[in-house]
Design a protein around this ligand. Structure first.
Ligand code: GLA
Length: 716
């Protein structure tokens, strides 16, 4: 045997390692990039994430922190993954094995495979980029071949690492009827967690999004900002940990609360995608990135027009019958809407749904209210030129229902404890395949029996409490995860059979608004609070993450002190709809609404598909101003809403954005109430894009009423 001296052996090992040195792995978009490197001990490090940098700089990068931190070995901070092996060993060591990058159309994916050198466990980090939109996602795919299940107590989708002087976190918290309140605060040392443990309608108190701004708070147009979310319609958790050296680790994933996961040999645990975008130009650009990505990839029918609908909820609640509905169809026709949406209260016979105490689960039309069934309603609305849609809350059951009596074992409830209700109802055990069949069949039967049904509103009016799944038996800690997976299974089945049908996602107001769900839905219900003034803030809040075509905004009779014009102007910044009785409308109100709907249909391509610019925040001034600009920069719509105007206010010029500096635009105030003329100083003026974006418009009106304006800005 040839013997090498010790030094020679060391040199040889070093040469081998250098030969094996993996070139930096680049995950990049048009303006940003993430650089991952493989360390000497084969760990995968996130070495850089931020503004796109050139190749020579990338080649020089080394060091960093582990992209997917494990628990139990040398890491002393929050891990991305924690696993306990068959022999009780609670550690995981993930070493780089290989990676590959693929392009599919405009979308690029990179898989990085890592394995534990001792235990037969592998994790693939799956990165996706949408380069044009500057959007990234990351998810982990976890497998093993041990003899028995391993226990996972943490299974994040991914982590992001930052080194900055300061970190500013923007979150959106709320409650029923006061959703998405924006707060920006500096992160201090320790851990801040934004999370939900609600099981269903999980965004109720905390919206599933954040902005992280580096070094200073970001504004709409300046500052380095990351916007992040998780594609998961269930418990989520974002943790932000600032360590002793001021480094920040951001972890995103399913909330592991009460959810130890026993992963069987060869079973694949795929985490949801954490989605994030990088902007060097503040929150406005980050929002526009997500809006484009959403319309192009993440929302069902994201590029298609939305229907203007008339909903009967606030007009009738559950107190209606067939004749009343037909009268409402006539009102809808008079207004000029596309669709009538029949809300809650149409079902249940042994337990008629006349309030929220009975009937959920019994999806048969109530024979007293609707003696001729749904088919008749579809026909009658179509006779008036309206499509017809219907409300469902298929994941739930009232104890006073036939379903509850027939299938007590289909319900999430604790043994040996009293039932605990939310809105008098319980959640069905969707983890049970028979319940999944039931939910699918509820939707499928309705659509098979009424093939011309054109729209569904899918509601979910309670979160989980005292939850226990009869189906999962000893695997109760899988409940939260399996519930969401089961919901997706049902939605997949529905979408396979009905790929295009518009469906609104609703959860007792804005309790469910996430991109895990939105690939199955065309729009969502932001809040049961439809007061125009309140909606300025609520829709403003959602606009940070969702494009206008997904935000259902209805004109209702809430906010009685506001004019019909104000409430209409507010609803026009989203997907316009109505939920109002028109019997006390004056002829002018009808004329106004009729014209408003026509105007909306004309301008909605710009609102729904254009780029959005938030110009004046209602959090900073007593008004909100925002605009939408089409791709060609030839057409733009600007909304201005005064919130609490007072004499003290001085409203300065509003500088526009997103226009072509070289083009000349004409400003025209539109959506005026019949008999009124614009007295706005800028109405009918012409300016170049350069002027509008540098000097701006003096659009503050005279007087102190709660008022609003819509301007159309068209290139001549
Ligand atoms: C929830 C929804 C409302 C309405 C009612 C019906 O509260 O948010 O829009 O559909 O349920 O019960």
């Amino acid at each position: 045997m040839i013997r090498f001296p010790a030094l020679a052996l060391a040199v040889l090992t070093c040469i081998q390692l250098q030969a094996q040195r993996i070139a930096p792995i680049l995950i990049e978009t048009k303006n940003a990039c993430m650089v991952l490197t493989v360390s000497g001990n084969q760990r995968v490090l996130q070495s850089y994430f931020g503004k796109k940098i050139d190749r020579p700089s990338i080649e020089k990068i080394s060091g960093g922190r582990e992209a997917y931190l494990t628990a139990g070995m040398e890491n002393q901070f929050e891990p991305a993954i924690r696993m306990v092996h068959n022999d009780g060993n609670p550690s995981l060591d993930l070493r780089y094995v290989s990676h590959n990058t693929r392009q599919d159309g405009k979308v690029i994916t990179t898989d990085i495979l890592m394995k534990d050198p001792v235990y037969p466990v592998e994790v693939t980090l799956h990165y996706t980029t949408w380069p044009e939109e500057d959007v990234f996602s990351c998810q982990a795919i976890i497998r093993h071949q041990e003899k028995k299940p391993v226990m996972l107590t943490q299974y994040a989708s991914g982590m992001l690492h930052f080194n900055a002087d300061q970190y500013w976190l923007t979150q959106f918290h709320g409650d029923w009827a006061r959703e998405v309140n924006m707060v920006e605060e500096p992160l201090t040392h320790g851990i801040k967690s934004l999370e939900s443990k609600l099981g269903t309608r999980t965004n109720f108190y905390q919206t599933q999004f954040y902005f992280l701004s580096l070094n200073r708070p970001s504004d709409e147009n300046t500052g380095e900002t990351i916007a992040g979310t998780l594609n998961w319609t269930g418990n989520f958790q974002f943790t932000f940990e600032v360590d002793q050296r001021n480094a920040l680790r951001v972890r995103s994933g399913i909330n592991p609360y009460a959810s130890e996961y026993y992963l069987a040999p060869n079973e694949t645990f795929t985490t949801p995608e954490m989605v994030f975008t990088w902007s060097g130009q503040g929150k406005g650009q980050a929002s526009r990135n997500l809006h484009r990505w959403a319309r192009n990839y993440a929302v069902l029918n994201g590029k298609e027009d939305r229907m203007v609908l008339l909903n009967n909820w606030e007009a009738t609640y559950t107190k209606f019958d067939e004749n009343r509905l037909v009268e409402l169809f006539d009102e809808g026709k008079k207004l000029g809407v596309d669709l009538f949406l029949l809300d809650d209260g149409w079902f249940g016979n042994n337990h008629p749904r006349n309030d929220d105490k009975t009937g959920l689960g019994d999806w048969e039309p109530n024979k007293t209210k609707l003696p001729h069934g749904i088919g008749y309603l579809v026909e009658e609305s179509e006779k008036r030129g309206l499509h017809f849609g219907i409300w469902l809350e298929p994941e739930m059951v009232n104890p006073k229902s036939d379903l509850y009596k027939a299938h007590p074992d289909w319900i999430l409830k604790l043994p040996n404890r009293e039932e605990n209700y939310g809105r008098n109802q319980l959640v069905l055990d969707l983890t049970n395949p028979r319940v999944q069949d039931f939910v699918f069949k509820t939707v499928d039967d309705l659509l098979t029996q009424n093939p011309r049904l054109a729209y569904i509103k899918w509601d979910c009016n309670r979160s989980m409490t005292n939850a226990y799944s009869p189906f999962l038996k000893e695997k109760q800690s899988h409940l939260y995860i399996e519930y969401t997976r089961s919901l997706y299974k049902v939605l997949e089945r529905i979408r396979t059979k009905y790929p295009k049908l518009p469906i609104m996602l609703c959860a007792g107001g804005g309790g469910r608004a996430d991109y895990g769900a939105m690939k199955y839905f065309t729009e969502f219900w932001p809040s049961d609070n439809t007061d125009g003034l309140e909606r300025v803030f609520i829709q403003w809040g959602y606009s940070y993450f969702f494009p206008a075509n997904t935000i259902s905004a209805h004109v209702t009779s809430m906010g009685k002190n506001q004019t019909l014009k104000f409430r209409t102007d507010v609803a026009m910044m989203g997907r316009l709809g109505y939920d109002i009785r028109t019997n006390n409308f004056t002829p002018q109100d009808i004329e106004f609404t009729n014209n408003a709907i026509k105007t909306y249909k004309r301008i909605s391509p710009v609102i729904q598909q254009g780029d959005q610019f938030r110009l004046v925040s209602p959090y900073e001034e007593d008004r909100a101003v925002l605009m939408y600009v089409n791709e060609q920069k030839t057409s733009s719509i600007l909304f201005q809403y005064f919130t609490t105007p007072r004499r003290k206010n001085i409203f300065t010029n509003v500088r526009l954005q997103g226009l072509d500096p070289g083009k000349t635009y004409r400003i025209r105030e539109i959506n005026l109430y019949p008999g009124t003329k614009s007295n706005n100083p800028e109405n009918d003026k012409q300016y170049t894009g350069e002027y509008l974006m540098s000097i701006g418009l003096n659009i503050a009106p005279r007087g102190f009423a709660v008022t609003s304006n819509v301007f159309e800005i068209i290139a001549e």
